[in-house]
Design a protein around this ligand. Structure first.
Ligand code: NAD
Length: 367
C-alpha cells in the first residue's frame, strides 16, 4: 500500500510526513549549509538534564549552534559558555531574559524548564521576536497551550514541540511499515513507559509538573498511539492509583492506565508509572502480524522486531545519543531558514494536552 495524499495530510498533522521521505530534510539542510546560510543560534533556557543532551546534539548539525544561555546558576552557565564559545554578554538570568530581544546572535530559544514554566518562557521569547523550540509536555494546561500558540502567531515566530520520536528513524520505520500495510489492518496497540522516581524531584510537585508520570513519560505512549495509527482517539477511559504512601505521591498520581479507541476501531492500551522501572515500548497487532519497538522512547538502543506474512524483522538501531537531538534541531532550524511549518508544531502539543485532560477526567483526577 502506497501512502495516499490523505495519509500524508494526516501524518503531516501528526508531525511525521516529511520524515517518510528519507534524507529529504538532511539533503535540504546540507544545501542550506553549502549556500552559506547562517546557522540558527539558540538560547538554551534551563541548563538541566535534557539541555545536556540537546546542546551536544546541535554540535553535529550543519545549521544550528548554541549562542546564548539562560540560567539561575551563573557558575554553571559560565562553565557551559566556555565549552560552546558563548560570550559573557550572552548569558542571561531569568530576570533579565527579555533583553534577549536585542541579541542578534539569538534566532530561537530552546525551553528546557519544568513543565509549568514552558508557557511563560515561550510567550516571553515570542514577545522578544525569537522562534521557540519547547520541550514536552507543551505546558500544564490546555489554556496555556492555546496562549503559547497565540503568542507565537502574533509575533510571527515558529513554535515547535520537541517530540524527538517524530524525527527518530526506528519510530518512523514502524510508522512506514504500518502505513505500507505490512501488518494488514491494525487492531490493537499496547504501550508503556515509566520509571521509579526519586524523592525531591520537581516532577512530584503538581504546580511545576502539572501532574504525574502521564505528563512526563506516559505522554510518549499517548503520542505514539496517535502517530502509529495516524488517527485521533474518539473515546478514552482511564484509571489512576497511588500504591506507595511514602511521601512521593502527596501531590501527583503514581500510576495511570488508559485505553483509547480510534475512529477506525483500533484500540490502544497504555500504562505509565513513577513507581517502577518500565522500559518504554510499543507493540502493534494487525491482521497479518505484529511489530514491536523496545526502548522506543529513549535516546539510544531502540530495537524493532516484527513478524508478518512470512517476514521476520530484527533491527537494532545502532544510533547513539545525541543523534535524536541533532535531527530535532536540524529540522527546526531548517523550518526557520525556509519558512516551512515544523512537523510537530504547537497544535500537536495542544492535542496531547487535551487528551491528558480527558484521561485525568476519566480517572477522577483534578487538574
Ligand atoms: P531538570 O530538573 O534536569 O532541569 C530543569 C532546569 O530548570 C534546571 O536547570 C533548573 O535549574 C531549571 N529551573 C528553573 N526554575 C526551576 C524551578 N522552579 N524548579 C526546578 N528547576 C528549575 O529537568 P529536565 O529533566 O531537564 O526536564 C526539563 C524539561 O524537559 C521538562 O519539561 C521535561 O518534561 C522535558 N524533558 C524532555 C525529555 C525528552 O527526551 N524530550 C527528556 C527529559 C525531560
Amino acid at each position: 500500500m502506497q501512502l495516499t495524499r490523505r495519509d500524508f495530510s494526516r501524518l503531516g498533522a501528526l508531525g511525521i510526513a516529511a520524515h517518510l521521505a528519507p534524507g529529504a530534510l538532511r539533503a535540504q539542510s546540507n544545501q542550506n549549509a553549502q549556500a552559506g546560510q547562517k546557522k540558527i543560534g539558540y538560547a538554551v533556557i534551563g541548563l538541566g538534564r535534557i539541555a545536556g543532551h540537546f546542546m551536544p546534539g546541535t554540535r553535529n548539525t550543519t545549521n544550528s549552534q548554541i549562542t546564548a544561555l539562560v540560567s539561575g546558576h551563573r557558575d554553571k552557565a559560565d562553565r557551559i559558555a566556555a565549552e560552546y564559545n558563548i560570550p559573557a554578554s550572552s548569558i542571561y538570568s531569568y530576570e533579565n531574559f527579555d533583553e534577549i530581544a536585542k541579541n542578534p546572535a539569538v534566532d530561537a530559544v530552546y525551553v528546557a524548564l519544568p513543565n509549568s514554566m514552558h508557557a511563560e518562557y515561550t510567550i516571553r521569547a515570542a514577545k522578544a521576536g525569537k522562534h521557540v523550540l519547547c520541550e514536552k509536555p507543551m505546558a500544564t494546561s490546555v489554556a496555556d497551550c492555546e496562549k503559547m500558540i497565540a503568542a507565537c502567531k502574533a509575533a510571527n515566530v515558529k513554535l515547535m514541540i520537541a517530540y524527538r520520536c517524530h524525527y527518530e528513524p526506528t519510530n518512523l520505520r514502524a510508522v512506514k511499515l504500518i502505513r505500507d500495510g505490512a501488518l494488514g489492518q491494525v487492531q490493537a496497540i499496547q504501550s508503556a513507559f515509566g520509571f521509579n522516581i526519586s524523592p525531591g524531584e520537581w516532577r512530584l510537585n503538581k504546580q511545576l509538573a502539572g501532574g504525574g508520570p502521564l505528563y512526563d513519560v506516559g505522554i510518549y505512549s499517548l503520542n505514539a498511539c496517535r502517530y502509529l495509527t495516524g488517527e485521533e482517539p474518539d473515546q478514552i477511559s482511564a484509571y489512576a492509583s497511588v500504591i506507595d504512601h511514602d511521601g512521593r505521591f502527596n501531590e501527583v498520581e503514581e500510576n495511570v492506565a488508559w485505553t483509547m479507541r480510534f475512529p477506525s476501531g483500533i484500540v490502544a492500551s497504555c500504562t505509565t508509572t513513577y513507581g517502577a522501572n518500565m522500559d518504554g515500548y510499543f507493540k502493534v497487532y494487525g491482521s497479518k502480524g505484529w511489530l514491536q519497538v523496545d526502548n522506543a522512547f529513549v535516546y539510544q538502543g531502540l530495537h524493532l522486531r516484527a513478524e508478518y506474512s512470512g517476514t521476520k524483522l530484527d533491527e537494532p538501531n545502532p544510533a547513539r545519543d545525541p543523534s535524536q537531538f541533532q535531527a530535532e534541531a536540524e529540522h527546526f532550524s531548517h523550518c526557520i531558514q525556509t519558512g516551512q511549518q515544523p512537523q510537530s508544531p504547537g497544535e500537536e502539543g495542544l492535542r496531547d494536552m487535551q487528551y491528558i485532560a480527558e484521561i485525568y477526567r476519566s480517572a477522577g483526577i483534578n487538574t
